[in-house]
Design a protein around this ligand. Structure first.
Ligand code: DGJ
Length: 726
């Protein structure tokens, strides 16, 4: 049993951790523990000490001046009952007041997982785990807040969500509604978060928390390149392999907020969910609002243990569809090879050369549809531009299939250009605030995906394409942020629902198409990794990690992304040198080593590389196929960080049975009269013998003595060492 209620305690237990809440004497739901596993009858509220503190109000019903919600750890913080710290919910009541005072009403422990209508969420039908619902009620306003908890015991994963129900006869306006609150009594945490920009996403940053707030957010309508909805609360001494941390993520792809706060008595709070600045929700009598899922794990074994829990849970209990655990075709994408300048013959030439070197699929990127000759027009006209291609899509697919290659194509379904048939016929499909021109992004505008008729229209165009040619892969792109939003479908008082409803609309279409075409592999993309989040990974087995294909910059992007997201979910390609984004020259083999730190592919015209490099492609493809399963199912170890002073970045994959591993090393800088570089593998069976570069040693010896890196021959050289149990 993973959830137990014992008198007024409710304890959730996973393999190694416990999470506890307590209904106190006033009926408030306090959070009493999240950390090492305890017994379910061990009441951790002994750690709370009440004290009469100035300017910390006391609920009217208590005579105890030392009882204040301003300092008590809570399961779901609210405003108006004396807690001035970050709140999870704000409501405008019918009478204009904004108090929400939630007290415990009831709870229920059930088999299986709760459902979140319209939202992606973790699932574990097979594991049969339990879930918990705790009902909190504000009797005056009639708001019922249902706190939902799920437990994936074996991976130490807990999920949370919230359903808000208006049980009154009044209309209520929800101004802020977050998915989760984690209150930690002892402070001294640092926050690891992942910031970035287009073509440089998820840079690792570790910030001390100070009194006051550190807020991470996206107001862009997407989870964004700039901040990612995944953070780690880490003790100051936590490292990759040592110490305590909590990894926390939202299963959501739109605007979000993660607020962390250290309060006046040094306690730490984290609250997270829908961004309140673009949100308000009208809840009529009987209506309910379902919030995105949050997921977290506690680790006492540093970031590595946290990462392993996330990776296992995401690929086994979040990602769906046949491609998650199946070989995904090695692809060649024509974007950096041709940009918009291609026709069917050129595509076929790229495909034929790729095929001769072992590549399995050609992806025709942006530019095959409408009047799309550059990035100023055409988006929304999802019909094949046969004039430009000089062929129908069906014919092209047949030609490509005839050489035993698969064909994939690019879509950007959420977008519209003004210079399109779609805009001329349906100008109202586009998001534009009346009497305002709005903001362009890459010359394009966003479609009103809150509207079902708009989604259906786009779906019908896509279906026509997909049903008329053998397309086996879709790259689903999204190349701008939302700005001023408006929908003719929403009443003025409901316009604050736009951002949330947009994401629900997107999920609806993605759900429909992925269900209709289970044999098509979907890859997510938003100008590279602008929507790299767990919501998207529910629909897409993989996401194009970044528009930056420079192998050396990718070391950082892949490193940052790996903390939460399985590396097999990262699309990674070998591209041309000098690199198109940085102009950096790197060895061909290094580009492959780095791309094998994700789902491998190519993005250049292989007709234009040397014969030697073509031979190298053949060998790389063979190598990747050998390690394919390892990359997608194995445990990932960050052996060094690309941010450290060390001259190399190294990472390792190890199969679950510890019999096969791949250790990759990329040299970031060279020096004269160099000193030895030691790489220490991890996770090996201590007493088993492993062969690495023809040398056989005991696992323990490799892990403690390390592997001495051969002499470096050139800048940006790389090494791939197989680790094989013998
Ligand atoms: C942005 C993507 O990230 C690129 O890979 C490419 O598909 C372009 N869009 C095409 O417009």
């Amino acid at each position: 049993m993973s959830i137990k209620a014992n008198k007024n305690l409710i304890t959730i237990t996973t393999k190694n951790t416990s999470y506890q809440m307590k209904i106190d004497e006033l009926g408030y739901l306090l959070h009493t523990w999240y950390g090492e596993r305890i017994e379910d009858n061990e009441d951790m509220s002994y750690r709370i000490s009440n004290m009469d503190r100035g300017f910390c109000g006391n609920p009217y019903e208590t005579m105890d001046r030392s009882y204040s919600l301003d300092v008590l750890p809570q399961e779901y913080s609210t405003f108006g009952n004396g807690d001035y710290r970050a709140d999870c919910i704000q409501v405008i009541n019918q009478d204009g007041t904004n108090v929400v005072d939630l007290k415990y009403d009831s709870h229920k422990i059930s088999k299986g997982k709760y459902e979140l209508k319209g939202l992606p969420a973790f699932f574990w039908e097979k594991e049969g785990g339990e879930s918990l619902k705790v009902n909190l009620i504000d009797k005056v306003s009639g708001i019922r807040v249902e706190l939902l908890y799920g437990v994936l015991e074996k991976y130490d994963i807990i999920t949370r969500s919230v359903r808000i129900v208006n049980t009154s006869d009044n209309v209520l306006k929800i101004k802020k509604a977050l998915s989760a609150c984690i209150d930690m009594l002892d402070g001294d945490f640092e926050l690891v978060h992942f910031h970035g920009k287009h073509a440089m996403e998820r840079e690792f940053e570790r910030s001390p928390l100070a009194h006051g707030k550190l807020v991470l957010e996206s107001k862009r309508g997407t989870s964004s390149h700039q901040q990612n909805p995944f953070v780690i609360l880490a003790k100051k001494d936590t490292t990759e392999i040592y110490g305590e941390c909590i990894g926390f993520a939202l299963v959501y792809s739109g605007s979000f907020i993660i607020e962390t706060e250290v309060d006046q008595v040094n306690q730490t709070r984290l609250v997270a969910g829908l961004h309140p600045e673009q949100f308000s929700y009208v809840l009529k009598a009987g209506d309910e609002l379902v919030l995105p899922e949050a997921v977290f794990t506690y680790s006492n074994g540093g970031f590595e243990k946290m990462t392993h829990s996330f990776h296992d849970a995401v690929r086994n209990n979040l990602q769906r569809g046949e491609f998650v655990h199946k070989h995904r075709p090695i692809l060649i994408n024509n974007w950096e090879a041709t940009y918009f300048d291609f026709d069917a013959d050129k595509i076929f030439d790229i495909a034929s050369k790729a095929k001769s070197l072992g590549i399995e699929m050609l992806v025709m990127d942006d530019g095959w549809f409408g009047e799309r000759y550059d990035d100023t027009k055409g988006l929304g006209d999802w019909y094949v531009n046969e004039k430009k291609l000089g062929s129908s899509l069906k014919e092209l697919a047949e030609r490509i299939n005839a050489i035993d290659m698969k064909l994939g194509i690019w879509f950007e379904p959420e977008m519209i250009n003004e210079d399109t048939k779609l805009y001329r016929e349906h100008p109202d499909f586009m998001i534009r605030v009346p009497n305002r021109k709005g903001t362009k992004g890459r010359e394009q505008f966003v479609l009103d995906f809150t509207r079902k008729d708009v989604r259906d229209y786009i779906r019908d165009m896509m279906v026509k394409i997909l049903d008329n040619a053998n397309i086996e892969y879709i790259k689903w792109d999204m190349n701008r942020s939302l700005s001023a939003v408006y929908s003719s479908n929403l009443a003025a008082e409901s316009m604050g629902e736009f951002h949330y409803r947009y994401v629900l609309g997107l999920y609806d279409l993605l759900g429909e198409l992925t269900r209709k075409y289970p044999n098509i592999m979907f890859e997510g993309c938003s100008g590279g990794g602008g929507r790299y989040d767990l919501g998207m990974l529910y629909y897409h087995p993989q996401i194009w990690l970044s528009d930056d294909t420079d192998a050396i910059e990718r070391l950082k992007i892949q490193y940052g992304s790996s903390f939460a997201y399985p590396i097999g979910s990262a699309g990674a390609h070998v591209s041309a040198s000098p690199n198109h984004q940085t102009m950096r020259k790197t060895p061909f083999e290094t580009r492959a080593t780095v791309a094998m730190g994700g789902t491998f592919g190519y993005e250049l015209d292989l007709n234009k590389v040397s014969k030697t490099e073509q031979k190298m492609v053949k060998a790389q493809v063979k190598d990747y196929l050998k390690y394919d399963e390892l990359i997608h199912e194995g445990d990932y170890y960050r052996l060094t960080s690309p941010y450290d002073k060390s001259r190399v970045t190294a990472w390792q994959l190890l199969s679950k049975d510890k019999s096969l591993g791949l250790l990759s090393v990329v040299v970031q800088s060279v020096e004269a009269n160099e000193s030895n570089i030691y790489i220490y593998p991890r996770g090996l069976d201590e007493n088993a013998y492993y062969k690495i570069v023809e040398e056989k040693r005991r696992g323990k010896v490799w892990m403690s003595g390390g592997l001495v890196l051969p002499r470096i021959k050139e800048e940006y050289e790389s090494f791939r060492f197989e680790i094989k149990r013998v």
